[in-house]
Design a binder for this molecule. Sequence first.
Ligand SMILES: [Zn+2]
Length: 88
Amino acid sequence: MKIKNYLEDIVREQVNRILVDKKNICTCEQCRLDMMTRALNHLPPKYVVSQRGHVHTRLDELTTQFQADIVREVIKAIRIISKRPRHK
Ligand SMILES: [Zn+2]
């Protein structure tokens, strides 16, 4: 059994979903992880106990307000990281 931040999977999905439409910014692994980290650091964590590291995560189990907060932080993180990637 492990403790896991439920938001990690949700934020990863949202970053990937939004980046599909962004052709003009870097979407490498490092930038994606930086975007995820920034968004997660700006959202309250939601810890759950998981069996074998697997958690069934669904955005629609969260309140509408929390979903909106997640999407807003992900969009902000993408904007900020894409302006200043940590690599050349
Ligand atoms: Zn990059």
